[in-house]
Design a protein around this ligand. Structure first.
Ligand SMILES: Nc1nc2c(ncn2[C@@H]2O[C@H](COP(=O)(O)OP(=O)(O)O)[C@@H](O)[C@H]2O)c(=O)[nH]1
Ligand SMILES: [Mg+2]
Length: 303
């Protein structure tokens, strides 16, 4: 990353703006849908089931004049187990590093509570904050007008693309003057195997019911781009034996369904054919196990 402290603010040769933008808010507000919409690409996992985003995903939007590094964060909630503590820490660390916070609020739940009330006391927040009142497509005229009249609030719809240009312009003009921090054609700072794992998890979330989806971790063990079709071997970890049976389904029907749906999604992402080799394994209670979580790459804060 460029060391921006070393840049001279009076340097008039810099005409571009660049910086980090954190999309934060409660679970299910529409942060991941908004990231995908801003990117014009399906990158982040979205789901009607809350708490689908576990670590901050990064997407990059570059135009001629600005570059936004967008961080899609896990929903802000009171953590009750170790994975949730890691999720909250990830959201807070994204906030700390951001130049601009876009506070995504599900406007069908009424006016937005202050962002400060959703984070632990003392959490550093970016100077520039903007509220995106999402799901505007579901609002009546009166509620919409009340929200739109509030300071620094834009009413729109991530799902339908309403007011997205206005949001982009507003955020772009708030970014610091800076050279681009990444090459202009880079879409993300995360490797494609991260998004492959996320795609598999999204399909599992969509296809499985009740408690099982929350206990799934997807580990991409092998991702061989040199092979045609691209070879991907991934393991779906569940927390209990009984869940393994559910994920496999009768005669392996469920895992095949998850495999087909996720293969199609990954092929769209990599624009090539993919051979997806999916396995199911049990890692007892991994969401509460700091050692397992670290092995899976989560940053687990010390108590
Ligand atoms: N009607 C409507 N639904 C939306 C909108 N944005 C997101 N959603 C839905 O809200 C749910 C949660 O979205 P997601 O992006 O996963 O939320 P996140 O937890 O904040 O990342 C999904 O079912 C989305 O389809 C919107 O603008 N309008
Ligand atoms: Mg999300």
């Amino acid at each position: 990353m460029t060391d921006r402290a070393a840049l001279d603010p009076n340097d008039r040769t810099i005409t571009t703006r660049a910086g980090h933008v954190a999309l934060v808010g409660k679970p299910n507000a529409g942060k991941s849908t908004l990231l995908n919409r801003l990117l014009g690409l399906k990158l982040a996992i979205t789901s009607p089931k809350p708490q689908s985003t576990r670590v901050s995903a990064v997407g990059i939007v570059s135009t001629e004049t600005y570059q936004m590094i967008l961080l899609d964060t896990p929903g802000l909630l009171d953590p009750t187990y170790t994975l949730q503590r890691s999720m909250l820490a990830s959201a807070i660390s994204s906030l700390r590093d951001a130049d601009v916070a876009v506070y995504v609020h599900d406007a069908t739940n009424g006016p937005p509570p202050p962002l400060e009330s959703l984070v632990p006391p003392g959490t550093p927040l970016p100077r520039v904050r903007l509220t995106w009142a999402n799901k505007g497509d579901l609002l009546n005229e009166g509620n919409r007008a009340n929200l739109a009249a509030m300071d620094n609030v834009i009413v729109g719809s991530a799902e339908h693309g309403e007011n997205i240009e206005q949001l982009l312009e507003h955020v772009a003009s708030s970014l610091p003057l800076s050279p681009f921090l990444y090459p202009a054609d880079e879409l993300s700072t995360q490797p494609v195997r991260f998004f492959a794992a996320e795609a598999i998890r999204e399909c599992a979330l969509a296809i499985l019911h009740e408690e099982v989806p929350y206990g799934i971790f997807v580990d991409v063990e092998e991702f061989r781009e040199s092979k045609k079709p691209i070879y991907i071997r991934a393991v779906l970890y569940v927390e209990r034996d009984s869940q393994k049976g559910i994920v496999l389904g009768a005669k392996g029907r469920t895992i095949r369904e998850i495999g087909t749906a996720s293969r199609v999604m990954i092929e769209k992402l990599v624009e090539e054919s993919v051979y997806l080799d999916l396995w199911v394994k049990v890692m007892p209670d991994w969401r509460k196990d700091a050692i397992a979580l670290r092995r899976f790459g989560f940053n687990v804060p010390h108590e």
